[in-house]
Design a binder for this molecule. Sequence first.
Ligand SMILES: Cc1ncc(COP(=O)(O)O)c(C=O)c1O
Length: 440
Amino acid sequence: MFFHGTSTVNEKGHLQIGGMDTVALAKKFGTPLYVYDVALIKERARGFRKTFEELNIKAQVAYASKAFSSIAMFQLVEEEGLSLDVVSGGELYTAIAAGFPVERIHFHGNNKSPYEIEMALKAGIGCFVVDNFYELSLLEDICRNLNTKTQILIRVTPGIEAHTHDYILTGQEDSKFGFDLQSGQADEAIKLINTFEYVELLGIHSHIGSQIFETKGFVMAAEKLFEKMKTWKEELSYTPKVVNLGGGFGIRYTAEDDPIPVSQYVVEIVEAVKKKVEELDMQMPEIWIEPGRSLVGDAGTTLYTVGSQKHVPNVRKYVAVDGGMSDNIRPALYEAKYEAILANRVNDINEETVSIAGKCCESGDMLIWDIELPKASADDILAVFCTGAYGYSMANNYNRIPRPAVIFAEDGKAELVVKRETYEDLIKLDVPLKQVLNQK
Ligand SMILES: Cc1ncc(COP(=O)(O)O)c(C=O)c1O
């Protein structure tokens, strides 16, 4: 059995999260239901911050809010003293509505609109992570019009792509994001910013991938960035005050995954940076990171109610639940793998191999292929683990299925932090045909 954080089995044989019986939660709030283990989110946030503090390094840990954004989540992130990475006007709007300190907000994105840039400038956000030449000029122009200055990082592609255990070294990285380091695009960007009046270059940013289990990729990226920084110092008299090494720290979705503790990423990144700083005789920059998944991924569990089943003799048994790709699109999108249990029968012995089907009208709407479970019946509660990142944030209304509710569970208390969408919500934005209206 594979539990995270405060997850445990209670005397009724039910899965308990944050001291709350998940079967009782399912009954009270309905399913599908996302349940977050708040203590685990706090543990991760503190783990990142404490490691930087112990190493006596000036740092910012920014939560990559694309993993899961909601007002309550942003308030929790604020309480934990983290910064916030947003990538759209919508995420920024949510952060402002949550009362998040604007100076700790970093605005990402490869195609920010003039409207979004203006909105962020008027709010007074901490910095922009600028992605391309178009944005650089747009930002300077909008700043001039508003007569306001701003700080930026430029996103560079260091030519290292990391996914889990694979590293791909590419000369000129084929990515839609950032200024290419190899071909000199980043150098050109720095030269251009030097001519600007309103935009100040605070530092550089790189993000090498996701679900990374080793520190090697981050170390390689840091080394490449510092080699380049050496030439910027010599040729452009520019030394970044901030080096942001992005997010991507891996988590344990299934027993096959073997992540390292968050502190180890930080320690090895800092060591690599320190080594380069000494070697190249440079000033130690502030180090920023942007974890998303590793802060909320394994803190989230989705509860579903089991419904229909279909047995294809000698092939497989499908067990269908009341959600699917509408609340978790990752299996369909990336063949992401998950583990699950029957939350109301945790102590029961696994008896059969089944596949968990969603209720959407798509053959690809499968949540888990070939999982061992006790013989499930209708109304059993299936708990799928590690759905806290890119679950709710990628949820959609395919087949007009309302998005689930979200619960924060901690110390025997459960708080509803996102309400379940209703059918009324689903048609709220629809505008009937004028013809139909006129007939009334
Ligand atoms: C620029 C940037 N920073 C941070 C993240 C967060 O990554 P993760 O959730 O894997 O930590 C992402 C993910 O796409 C990203 O693109």
